[in-house]
Design a protein around this ligand. Structure first.
Ligand SMILES: Cc1cc2nc3c(=O)[nH]c(=O)nc-3n(C[C@H](O)[C@H](O)[C@H](O)COP(=O)(O)O)c2cc1C
Length: 195
């Protein structure tokens, strides 16, 4: 079901503002956290802004490695999303969050980052360093270098949310572990001009 997404379509993966899982690796150390605050800022090359707080272990690994992956969890991964967004990798002791919670993962095709299995889209990204913005606003700008998606729910450069694939819909955080699914699609058309 996993299929490459053309880089010119990668920004569309987060156009609707889903919660993402930010996964990282630096040497032997790896980690994953949830982030509700991300947005596309450029189509070509595909660039995304994501807020990564100073308190997070993720930020330490991102700064050390210069890369991160954005994984898009679906409704079936709500508990995983809430868990990795509630606990810090710094508290894990010997086992990292992947090991501790049995989170399946696979290596990204370009950067070898740990990508979370069961998500519906994955992007490996290089950090475009902006030290002032990072320090002042906790915002990291990244450029997507590989993108993949689950063809059951993203095909031909478009999300295809239907009642039949509800478990694969992306998540929107409402607070305190409650999420809305992205499934209620409204197809708009351009209004005709009144004369
Ligand atoms: C649904 C959800 C969304 C979150 N969004 C963000 C976010 O956008 N930016 C951020 O810095 N932290 C966010 N957090 C909090 C981090 O995921 C949390 O601090 C996490 O424990 C950090 O893990 P780490 O220290 O292992 O990196 C969110 C948490 C949840 C549950």
């Amino acid at each position: 079901m996993k299929h490459p997404v053309e880089l010119r379509h990668a920004s569309r993966l987060v156009n609707h503002g889903p919660t993402v899982l930010v996964s990282t690796r630096h040497g032997e150390r790896r980690n994953v956290m949830a982030a509700a605050w991300s947005m596309p800022v450029e189509f070509t090359p595909p660039r995304i802004a994501v807020v990564i707080d100073k308190s997070t272990y993720t930020r330490e690994l991102v700064l050390a490695s210069g890369m991160l992956a954005l994984n898009l969890p679906c409704a079936a991964l709500a508990d995983v999303t809430y868990t990795v967004g509630t606990l810090s990798g710094r508290d894990d002791g010997a086992a990292d969050k992947f090991e501790r919670f049995g989170i399946d993962h696979f290596d990204g095709p370009e950067l070898g980052l740990p990508l979370v299995a069961g998500c519906v889209a994955w992007m490996e990204c290089k950090v475009l360093r902006e030290p002032h913005v990072e320090a002042a606003y906790d915002t990291f700008f990244v450029e997507v270098v590989s993108a993949q998606a689950d063809t059951r729910v993203f095909a031909n450069g478009r999300w295809a949310f239907t009642d039949q694939n509800a478990a694969l819909h992306t998540l929107h955080h409402l607070g305190a572990g409650a999420f809305a699914r992205a499934g209620a699609v409204v197809q708009a058309t351009v209004l005709t001009t009144k004369d």
